[in-house]
Design a protein around this ligand. Structure first.
Ligand SMILES: [Zn+2]
Length: 92
């Protein structure tokens, strides 16, 4: 190992999770704060829950709602042309 280039390794660093869980791991950081850990992640708990930290799920749902109210307007020229074609056929 080269001297003076490696960060100090702490073998017991406390990790605090938003769910309230605390455990120790080895790390170069002094303390660690997480939003999700192995005790509350739905993958480990088997619970069906949406983990949303930045409101992304809410934004996506809003976008979906917007598309429901959006209607495609046909250009009126196309309709007029179709009417003309029909009337032309009748005339013949
Ligand atoms: Zn947790």
């Amino acid at each position: 190992m080269k001297k003076d280039i490696h960060p100090k390794y702490n073998s017991e660093v406390e990790v605090r999770c938003d769910c309230g869980a605390r455990f120790t791991i080895g790390s170069t950081a002094d303390k660690i704060h997480t939003e999700i850990c192995y005790q509350c992640n739905p993958l480990y708990t088997g619970e069906k829950r949406i983990v949303d930290t930045a409101g992304r799920v809410e934004k996506f749902k809003q976008r979906i709602e917007k598309t429901k109210t959006f209607k495609v307007k046909k250009p009126s020229k196309v309709r007029e042309n179709k009417k003309q074609i029909k009337s032309n056929k009748k005339a013949k």
